[in-house]
Design a binder for this molecule. Structure first.
Ligand code: GLU
Length: 328
């Protein structure tokens, strides 16, 4: 029996179960995010993964049922929504597409660079600018627009975790500093407090890893909904978003993640990671289970010093290597 024949959904599921149990031990080496008080309550040892392929293979293992707040994964969705509403070129007048290598909430480059355009939409400065330009007159309208987009993606309108929102709202001094700076330099398109409210409400949207896998698959399919074949967003937006995930999606570990894991992904400090594996991206290989696109959701709230799920990164690295998911 050759390698291809060995890779059935059943054999893949068995491997995934082994890997999840193996990598779960690393959850003890990280910690839950504590600077947002409500996130400290998560179960440190949770680890779960959900994978969805274009032709309907569903693999899931570990703690798959938990909902968690998107945190920085929401930056992917708000960027898609802003680009769909205003056009890519307009959005890029206010936020660039350059990686920084700095911490997600860093402020110092905003002053160093002229005219002060945030470096990319995957860091806080860029995401606060994007939040400020979402369509709608009030924070509620802006947030609701994004919830409606998510409804199209996952089939239900998600809830906002009010406890997490309030916990962040009360402690968001650094994000407020970023927003005041952006206002000063002309890169904030609504009042500071409104932008912060929108940004933090989006961070507090609750989804589960099955939803992440659906959105990842949609990105991998260039914005085309499985089943209806309708574009939820354009191919150009999908390409740009995946590129930003690949270059800037994993905090200041993004270069190493691209080099050693090799797939477009975005993480959040709550421990979620959403990945999109485009079709035909890998070299033809006996180990590749399926050449079609895949979407992946991972949850493991124990994070490393960069802000990424410590066991989640290891798990993705293993499966990207073993199943040839690497882009390059
Ligand atoms: N709401 C968080 C913050 O702004 C998001 C952090 C993250 O997941 O990167 O600090």
């Amino acid at each position: 029996m050759n390698e291809i024949a060995a890779l059935t959904p059943t054999s893949m599921q068995q491997k995934l179960n082994q890997w999840v149990e193996h990598y779960r031990q690393y959850t003890n080496e990280g910690a839950c995010a504590s600077y947002i008080p409500a996130l400290k309550k998560a179960d440190l040892n949770s680890l779960g993964i959900y994978m969805l392929s274009d032709d309907g293979i569903q693999l899931k293992s570990g703690d798959t049922e938990q909902s968690f707040t998107l945190q920085s994964i929401s930056k992917v969705l708000s960027f898609i929504h802003a680009c769909s509403s205003h056009g890519i070129s307009h959005v890029l007048e206010y936020v660039d597409v350059e990686p920084t290598g700095d911490a997600f909430n860093s402020i110092f480059r905003l002053e160093l660079s002229h005219p002060g355009r945030p470096f990319n939409p995957m860091i806080n400065a860029g995401a606060i600018t994007v939040a400020s330009m979402l369509p709608g007159q009030s924070p509620d309208e802006k947030v609701d627009g994004l919830l409606c987009l998510i409804e199209k993606m996952v089939g239900r309108k998600p809830r906002i975790n009010e406890e997490v929102f309030l916990s962040e709202w009360g402690t968001a001094n650094r994000n407020r500093s970023l927003a005041y700076w952006l206002k000063e330099t002309g890169f904030l398109l609504c009042p500071v407090e409104d932008a912060i409210e929108v940004y933090l409400r989006l961070c507090s949207i609750e989804l589960c890893i099955a939803d992440m896998a659906k959105i990842g698959l949609l990105l991998a399919r260039d914005g085309i909904q499985p089943g209806t074949y309708r574009h939820v967003f354009s191919k150009e937006i999908a390409s740009l978003t995946k590129t930003l995930m690949f270059t800037c999606g994993m905090y200041d570990y993004s270069g190493r993640f691209a080099a050693f894991v090799g797939i477009p992904a975005k993480s959040g400090v709550s421990g979620g990671i959403m990945a999109a594996i485009p079709s035909g991206a890998a070299m033809p290989s006996n180990n590749r289970p399926d050449s079609g696109p895949w979407g992946i959701g991972v949850y493991g709230p124990s994070i490393d010093k960069f802000g990424n799920s410590i066991a989640g990164v290891k798990l993705l690295k293993r499966l990207a290597k073993e199943w040839d998911f690497r882009l390059l």
